[in-house]
Design a protein around this ligand. Sequence first.
Ligand code: GDP
Length: 393
Amino acid sequence: MKLAMIGFGQAGGKVLDKFLEYDERTGSNIVRAAVAVNTAKADLMGLKRVPEDQRVLIGQARVKGHGVGADNELGAEVAEEDIDEIQGAIDNIPVHEVDAFLIIAGMGGGTGSGGAPVLAKHLKRIYTEPVYGLGILPGSDEGGIYTLNAARSFQTFVREVDNLLVFDNDAWRKAGESMESGYGAINEEIVRRFGILFGAGEVKRGGEVAESVVDSSEIINTLASGGISTVGYAREELQRDERKKGLLSRFTGNGQEEEIDAATTTNRVTSLVRKATLGRLTVPCEVAGTERALLVMSGPPKYLNRKGIERGRKWLEEQTGSMEVRGGDYPVSSSNYVAGVVLLSGVTNVPRIKELQQVAIEAQENIDDLRDQSEANLRRLVEDDEDELEPLF
Ligand code: GDP
């Protein structure tokens, strides 16, 4: 599947850069065009792979290239004011060659959190291609302002995009590790999962011997449920002698061995589907109640079989209670792994989102209380001063 990716804000830009690196490394070709948008000049300059003429600095008149300092209302205002400059970079994209837009942003900051929903709304008005979001939730140790930003931005972003793919930093932080030092590994995890998912729709039929290749319309149809999505992943390394044995049995035509191989392949595929679904998701959630799902099995074609995928798909139907579970393979001959990626689209029971909203409501009440209090204090101060001081005018 070919995407036009827009990285909004610092996290958005860094993850976009990682996607470009992933494409270079694996030859997946999912990033048809890349645009990075930011209010902070230094962040744009720190990017390695996004072409320089596709980096857009917005809000120069307001913040002079210094960023919006986690103020997402300012981030949204600046994006609205400078939407033509962003559109200028998007005009360079051959949109007829892309299957969808993907806007990537950290939800806890200012620029991406405020600007991403504004851009989503704009793109939806202009183009017919689907507009997806990849929203990164802040870690719970980042503090109240980040949570409040994320809760507010999330509500708007999910409304403006065709589907919001969510990644929760909090669920991925390793114990004792600061968020900053962990971002490298986390960003790898993000691009690996979404890279396999979107890369699946890029395989040309006939290019690799495969039984049932996933195509981009299957990804688009799964995401058409709208709402929020999460992605699971599991992989198994293939042993060298196993790969050799597999090749030998093909040449010798040993029927019994082939049967054993087929059973092993089916079992491996079904067990990877379970591990991917029940393991750590990009945002943890209740699997039951998922509206639509897509299963992608990736690896050398001879380790992927229709029977395994069919069983895995049935199992997913039972777990999700959904009648719309698609499945297929993504053949990668050179890989030493068999991997399973599960996309759960339209999930409803997401504890982290509920928690964010609750914290945001409480923070808003606190802010309102503080504002009332400071207004009362100011009034008292002015009234007291009136008795003692001569007014300036
Ligand atoms: P902005 O530039 O104002 O949009 O803000 P940032 O993107 O710097 O930060 C927003 C949030 O994104 C932070 O609160 C973090 O939770 C998260 N974040 C920042 N950098 C990264 C990164 O490299 N990877 C990931 N996964 N999250 C990040």
